[in-house]
Ligand binder design. Structure first.
Ligand SMILES: Nc1ncnc2c1ncn2[C@@H]1O[C@H](COP(=O)(O)OP(=O)(O)OP(=O)(O)O)[C@@H](O)[C@H]1O
Ligand SMILES: [Mg+2]
Length: 226
């Protein structure tokens, strides 16, 4: 569960702000986050990861107020939240298996190797466990990033334009993988500019423009008009 209560935040440059953002995402929901470039999608995701702290209001992850200045357990947050980015953000000089294990060792997982292999299997690239990123296609690298995100049973996956760097066929494979990990009862927040994906999946769509939520619709479609 994620809840924003009247969240406002301004970058110190003073050029952009998120204004009075409120919404709740229940455990197991699949939510698209859409809006023009610069609307604040990535900033909103960073508030959930506690990479940004709001100036006003509160952000809750499973009833814990991560926006509190006193919040201490960043490890706890890393155990709960997996992230997937457009540019993969995987470590180039580590194998696929090691890339997934690193994220598990940080949170002191008991069986990092076994768990990493499970995640690679779920993502369909267990045969490439010993390969380095340069030996993987873009689609495989994104599968690896998804394996890393779900490893250790993380229940909340934040994806920021995860299909931005792959060809159309691979794009649908990645979307299919997101549906599969969602069937596993995980919560997914998927920021995208891709209308085809949003329209095909018919999930909840939250639209932001200029730092404000302008629409929030169950079984929504891609539209930036009001
Ligand atoms: N660290 C920062 N300091 C100052 N301004 C920032 C910072 N990061 C982002 N911004 C500004 O905040 C605004 C929102 O950025 P954000 O990355 O959240 O948009 P977005 O909706 O994710 O856009 P895109 O679709 O292009 O990824 C932009 O105007 C951006 O320039
Ligand atoms: Mg962004």
């Amino acid at each position: 569960m994620i809840r924003f209560e009247n969240v406002s935040m301004q970058y110190s440059s003073g050029t952009f702000s998120l204004n009075d953002i409120s919404f709740t995402i229940e455990q197991g929901q699949f939510v698209f986050l859409i809006g023009p470039s610069g609307a604040g999608k990535t900033s909103l995701l960073r508030l959930i990861m506690r990479q940004l702290i709001p100036d006003e209001g509160s952000v809750f992850v499973e009833d814990e107020e991560v926006s509190s200045r006193n919040f201490k357990s960043s490890d706890e947050l890393r155990k709960k939240i997996g992230t997937v980015f457009q540019d993969f953000k995987i470590i180039q000089d580590r194998s696929a298996l090691e890339n997934v294990m690193v994220g598990l060792e940080i949170v002191h997982h008991k069986n990092p190797k076994e768990e990493a292999m499970n995640a690679l299997s779920l993502a369909g690239i267990e045969k490439k466990a010993g390969f380095f990123p340069l030996q993987l296609s873009a689609g495989e690298q994104q599968r690896l990033a998804i394996a890393r995100a779900i490893a250790g049973g993380r229940q909340l996956i934040l994806a920021d334009e995860p299909t931005g760097n792959v060809d159309p066929v691979t794009m649908w494979e990645i979307v299919h993988l997101f549906r599969k990990i969602h069937d596993d009862k995980r919560t997914i927040i998927f920021a995208t500019h891709n209308a085809e994906i949003v329209n095909a999946l018919k999930q909840r769509v939250i639209t932001i423009k200029k730092g404000k939520i302008v629409k929030d619709k169950q079984r929504g479609s891609y539209s930036l008009d009001l």
